[in-house]
Design a protein around this ligand. Structure first.
Ligand SMILES: [Cu+2]
Length: 174
C-alpha cells in the first residue's frame, strides 16, 4: 500500500498566490514538509515521468534518493495570535481534500466562508494565468534558452501577437 506521509500546513494567503482565507492583517505562514522519510517518495515521482519523455523509473545519473534529504519531523507547532477563522491546506494533498479550518477565539465572522461550492472562485491549477502561457511559450524551450543565453520577456512569442493577446490575459504595461 502506498503511503503519503509527506504533508505540510499552508495558510490560504495571497503571498502563496491564493485568495485570502485568513484574517486580514495576518501574514502568510507555512510549516516545513512534515513526516518526510527517505522511502516515502517513489523513484518515479522524482524522475520526469515517462510520458513526458523522461526515463520513468530509470535513474540516468546519480542517485535520486539524494534529493530526498534527511527525515523530517512529523509535527509542527504554530501559535495563532490573532482571533478569527483560518483555512489551511496541505499542498501535496489539497486536491484530495486535505484542508482544515481553525477558529481562534470566538470570532467567527469571515468574508470568505460560504456553504455554496459554486460560489467559490476558480481553483488554482498551476501554472495558471500568465505563468501557464509563459512556461509553454516556444521561446522558453530549454534548448532555446541555452542557445540564447537569456530570453527577454519582450521576445516571448506570446508578446509578439501585438493587440491580440490570448483571451483572459493581460500583458504587463510599462
Ligand atoms: Cu497531506
Amino acid at each position: 500500500m502506498a503511503t503519503t506521509p509527506d504533508h505540510n500546513v499552508v495558510s490560504y494567503h495571497p503571498a502563496f498566490g491564493m485568495r485570502r482565507r485568513v484574517p486580514l492583517g495576518v501574514a502568510s505562514f507555512t510549516s516545513p514538509v512534515l513526516g518526510w522519510r527517505a522511502e516515502s517518495i517513489a523513484d518515479d515521482q522524482i524522475e520526469p515521468p515517462a510520458e513526458m519523455g523522461g526515463n520513468g523509473t530509470e535513474t540516468p545519473s546519480g542517485d535520486a534518493s539524494d534529493e530526498r534529504g534527511p527525515p523530517e519531523p512529523r509535527t509542527w507547532l504554530h501559535e495563532f495570535e490573532q482571533p478569527g477563522v483560518y483555512d489551511l491546506l496541505c499542498s501535496p494533498h489539497e486536491t484530495f481534500g486535505m484542508a482544515m479550518r481553525v477558529v481562534v477565539g470566538d470570532q467567527t465572522e469571515t468574508e470568505f466562508e460560504t456553504g455554496d461550492p459554486d460560489a467559490l472562485p476558480e481553483p488554482r491549477a498551476g501554472p495558471v494565468g500568465l505563468a501557464r502561457l509563459v512556461l509553454t511559450d516556444p521561446s522558453l524551450r530549454p534548448e532555446q534558452i541555452v542557445e540564447e543565453g537569456t530570453v527577454a520577456w519582450e521576445s516571448l512569442t506570446v508578446n509578439q501577437a501585438g493587440e491580440t493577446t490570448p483571451e483572459g490575459t493581460q500583458t504587463p504595461e510599462g
